[in-house]
Design a protein around this ligand. Structure first.
Ligand code: X90
Length: 276
């Protein structure tokens, strides 16, 4: 039996082993960037920086999901928040269509109500459960349970693209549109962007961030961090967490296209587990 984990490209991972990635697309003027392994992040980010006109993003088509579902008997599908993107919906429509053609195929859909590293936490768990030979039903139930104790926190230096594309209200964006300020926010339980505080300076942002993680029950669990072309901030978060929880499992890596576009230069996303 063939089992596959399938996620949209907002998780920031590349396809590997039993993980397949379905890309979103980013439109910059008349150029279309597909958020797959061929995307050159430096070129993409520089094109964005030079561009003054309109930009937008588009969720994966039903067909691209279906092409992945065709590959396996059991599919575990991890998507970004359905509240801010049509990605989950297109994955769901594809699943219904695919199951009409293949009634024996099993497809579990997880709407993470989040994105980036929080998706990664779930993806890694599913991969672990697959190696442990849990059944489809067990993985489906355990994944839903696990999402109750994963969280996403982020720091952003600009809300321009989120606001221009209607993913945060303009009024929120204008309140945070200050030079040298960072906004710290979380993925709300409803899968929207919830601003928490704004602050000046990386050091201050770091202590706010760790303080918030603790208040949400962080106690040395797994942490995954994606950053937009600024590994030093992610490294600082890692060092700070390790100074308190020396065995914490922490990894950081660069955002792919979609999250680079929305989190913008200097942005960082932190996914973490609270205590079981
Ligand atoms: O076109 C589309 O369907 C994609 C729309 C995506 C919109 C949101 C992307 C957010 C990326 C920004 C900070 C973290 C947000 C937390 C979400 C709950 C990253």
């Amino acid at each position: 039996m063939n089992r596959l984990v399938i996620a949209d490209s907002s998780c920031d991972l590349k396809a590997k082993d039993n993980l397949e990635i379905v890309p979103l697309t980013i439109l910059v003027g008349d150029q279309t960037f597909v958020d797959d392994s061929n995307l050159d992040l430096d070129i993409f980010v520089n094109t964005l920086r030079r561009h003054n006109g309109e930009t937008s993003t588009a969720c994966p088509s039903v067909q691209t999901w279906n092409d992945q579902y065709e590959k396996a008997d059991e599919c575990f599908v991890v998507t970004m928040t359905s509240t801010l993107s049509g990605t989950y919906n297109s994955a769901r429509v594809a699943a219904e269509m695919c199951q009409q053609d293949h009634p024996d195929k099993k497809i579990a859909l997880f709407d993470t109500l989040s994105t980036g590293p929080e998706m990664v936490l779930l993806i890694e768990q599913i991969q672990k459960w697959i190696t442990e030979n849990l059944t489809f039903e067990q993985i489906k139930a355990a994944g839903t349970e696990y999402l109750k104790r994963t969280h996403l926190l982020f720091t952003l230096k600009s809300l321009h693209n989120l606001s221009a594309n209607g993913r945060v209200p303009k009024i929120v964006a204008s309140a945070f549109d200050l030079l040298n300020m960072r906004m710290i926010g979380v993925a709300s339980p409803e899968g929207t962007i919830k601003p928490l505080f704004q602050c000046r300076g990386d050091r201050r942002a770091l202590s706010k961030l760790i303080g918030y993680m603790k208040s949400e029950g962080y106690d040395g669990g797994k942490v995954r961090i994606s950053h937009v072309l600024d590994p030093s901030v992610a490294e600082n978060v890692k060092t700070q967490i390790l100074s308190e929880w020396k065995n914490a499992d922490i990894l950081y890596y660069s955002t792919a296209g979609l999250c680079s576009f929305y989190a913008e230069r200097g942005g960082m996303l932190v996914g973490f587990e609270s205590a079981a």
